[in-house]
Design a protein around this ligand. Structure first.
Ligand SMILES: Nc1ncnc2c1ncn2[C@@H]1O[C@H](COP(=O)(O)OP(=O)(O)OP(=O)(O)O)[C@@H](O)[C@H]1O
Ligand SMILES: [Mg+2]
Length: 638
């Protein structure tokens, strides 16, 4: 079942060699009797249930990718949300009970009205009419206040839940984010956050309100007349099996459905990101087929949840509709026997009528809560990924960066670095060269504290990089890659995020250091101009300069540059060269170099081959050594 937790390579597998994603047993028979059709439907339903159970158990503890949290965690999460808002919750219950209670008095009054007019036994008409108007007004007032409280309560729950999710995502270990499928994470933070929000915001308050109304209506029916309440209660009781079966199966079914959406998004994002490869290798047919397969699998999961809902709703409709008729029949009999008067019968029928609506709502809210709970398990699953670091309280003593016996594996048992030792002298320029895939970027990531080495240590001033609080780490060493990001926000926001509390003067100084102050001041609102996706569009060079200004503000003493300028077009590169030089000024620099002239200008050069440093020294020393570097240099200069 791991195919539902696909990672990038899985989506590129040639699926034409696999058995069809949807086995023929899952296609409904075309030419069959009603009996055979029913039998086939039962079989399909069982197959889909089996699949949902398999997917669920596989996704609790997947080998890779994001797990799904258990019911206990989901319950604890909601309990926590409620614990901190006991008062608001109490207000919600009391106000809604008052509104429901006022609503329940009305049928009794109408019953009395019938008694007054038909039998002349109730209160006088004028008095009754006044009471009814008063009760209806009170109900309107309570309903208004109760709705307001529920909405506020829902919004408050929602914001806390959202903040929790954002915090969780921000502290995810980078390594875990990179090795799991993006489609899954994206689906969880978009669709699952959406469905969870809806159920928290509307589902929870509405379910509470409907439940209150139902319980109070049943109480009112019993108070009105026990005999007349019996038929309704009996038929409701028969529907409990349907609800229980549904509640047992729905969570797994909805979690499975969610995982199929993840799968669709994984394949889709892979196709979009690899669009050029798809085009040049003529793979579009295969990718479309892969997408269709994912949709077919997802449709099966949807059919299963739909059947669960249909069976539930059919059973419940039966249970809700029959009491209308039966109550009237029992009422007629009770009237003839003198057990109930016309007013009680009227009230009982009105109650049964009035119950159908909140019961219906209760059931659909329960369904919504199931969907929400499934999404919540998927979101809480992300929280189960343990952080790869906990900040200690030791601060570095000095600025020397030392790597000792560094080993690292992206996949267990496959080290890509094999015991690298490297000691940087403060202020030096070190270039790292070597063939593609030799481990240069990996070494850069360890030296900048992005990943924790499997063995050995990468430390600054005697403290392990990954044990530093992130805001301290940023001011020690930073990794600069091609992927700079402009966040949606003002130019100022984009720069001060590297060091909170920076003044406008600091920001201007940083911009001026990278040669951008002039164009920033010419922007429509200067530092306040909103940039980022959908806002004022920066050129690639400007975006890169903003990223560099951010680094100047962070002011790390050591920079690790991974391909900082090689992919940019030459004109942009020339603009940036000056900005870059100002940033590098006075800092220790590790430059992962693909162009040998960068290496030539460095103080020392480390040649990395197959995860080991095989040569280390200045350009002249390595040329004299006449080894790998010298060969590269000769090839490059000839
Ligand atoms: N996220 C990853 N998951 C699994 N393996 C990876 C990952 N990133 C890199 N590797 C593997 O680790 C090894 C070292 O990769 P690395 O990116 O450090 O090489 P590099 O020297 O930077 O190469 P290049 O010059 O192409 O940038 C390679 O075999 C690569 O396939
Ligand atoms: Mg690299």
């Amino acid at each position: 079942m791991t195919d539902l937790l696909a990672t990038s390579p899985d989506t590129w597998r040639d699926r034409t060699l696999d058995p069809p994603v949807v086995p023929p047993e899952l296609a409904p028979p075309t030419d069959a009797s009603w009996g055979e059709r029913w039998h086939a439907f039962r079989q399909r339903h069982d197959l889909r249930r089996q699949r949902a159970e398999d997917v669920y158990s596989a996704s609790r503890n997947p080998d890779r990718g994001w797990p799904v949290a258990g019911n206990k965690e989901v319950l604890a999460f909601f309990k926590d949300l409620f614990r901190t808002r006991r008062r608001a919750f109490a207000a919600l219950v009391v106000l809604n009970a008052l509104a429901a209670g006022a609503g329940l008095v009305v049928p009794r009054l109408l019953g009395e009205l019938v008694n007054t007019t038909v039998e002349g036994t109730g209160r006088p008409l004028g008095q009754l009419a006044l009471v009814i108007v008063g009760v209806v007004l009170a109900q309107a007032g309570f309903t208004f206040v109760a709705q307001r409280t529920s909405t506020l309560f829902g919004q408050d729950l929602l914001s806390t839940a959202r903040e929790f999710i954002v915090r969780t995502i921000l502290r995810l270990p980078l390594g875990a984010v990179e090795s799991a499928s993006t489609g899954d994470l994206v689906t969880r933070v978009t669709r699952d956050v959406g469905t969870m929000s809806r159920s928290v915001q509307y589902g929870v308050p509405m379910a509470i309100i409907s439940l209150l109304t139902v319980v109070m209506s049943i109480g009112a029916m019993l108070l009105n007349s026990v005999v007349l309440a019996v038929p309704a209660l009996l038929t409701f009781a028969t529907s409990t099996w349907a609800v229980r079966t549904y509640l047992r199966r729905a969570p797994k079914a909805y979690i499975t459905e969610g995982s199929t959406y993840s799968r669709i998004n994984t394949t889709l994002t892979e196709t979009v990101e690899g669009a050029r490869t798809v085009e040049s290798l003529g793979l579009s047919g295969k990718r479309v087929r892969a997408g269709d397969d994912d949709i077919d699998v997802s449709a099966q999961a949807e059919r299963y949840t739909m059947s669960l809902r249909n069976i539930l709703f059919a059973a419940l409709n039966f249970a809700f509709q029959t009491p209308r008729v039966i109550t009237l029949l029992v009422g007629a009999y009770a009237y003839s026997r003198g057990w109930a008067d016309l007013g009680q019968i009227t009230a009982a029928v009105l109650y049964v009528e009035a119950l159908a609506d909140p019961l219906d709502r209760l059931i659909s809210e329960i369904d919504r809560l199931q969907v929400g709970a499934a999404s919540t398990s998927r979101l809480l699953g992300i929280a189960e990924v343990r952080p790869d670091r906990t900040a200690g309280d030791r601060l570095p003593d000095g600025i020397d960066l030392v790597g000792e016996d560094l080993r690292f594996a992206y996949r267990e048992g496959h080290d890509v670095l094999h015991g690298v030792d490297l000691r940087l002298a403060p202020g030096e320029r070190l270039a790292i060269v070597g063939p593609s895939g030799s481990g240069k970027s990996t070494l850069g990531r360890l030296l900048s504290g992005i990943n924790r080495p499997r063995t050995g240590s990468a430390s600054v001033g005697g403290v392990e990089l990954v044990d530093l609080p992130l805001e301290v780490l940023r001011t020690e060493v930073a990794l600069v890659t091609q992927e700079h990001h402009v966040f949606i926000g003002s130019v100022r926001d984009n720069i001060v995020l590297a060091r909170e509390g920076s003044t406008d003067d600091d920001v201007r100084a940083a911009l001026s250091a990278v040669g951008s102050l002039l164009w920033v001041e010419r922007l429509p609102q200067g530092l306040d101009t909103m940039i980022g996706s959908g806002r004022f569009a920066l050129t690639p060079a400007q975006a890169q300069q903003v990223a560099l200004a951010r680094l100047i503000i962070a002011d790390p003493h050591t920079l690790v540059l991974d391909e900082a300028t090689s992919l940019i077009d030459p004109r942009t590169a020339r603009t940036l060269e000056g900005s870059m030089n100002n940033l590098l000024e006075g800092r220790t620099v590790v430059a992962i170099a693909h162009r040998l002239h960068t290496a030539h200008d460095a103080d020392r050069i480390a040649v990395v081959i197959d995860g080991r440093i095989v040569e280390l020294g200045s350009h002249d020393e390595l040329i004299r050594l006449d080894g790998q570097y010298a060969a590269l240099w000769r090839a490059w200069t000839s």
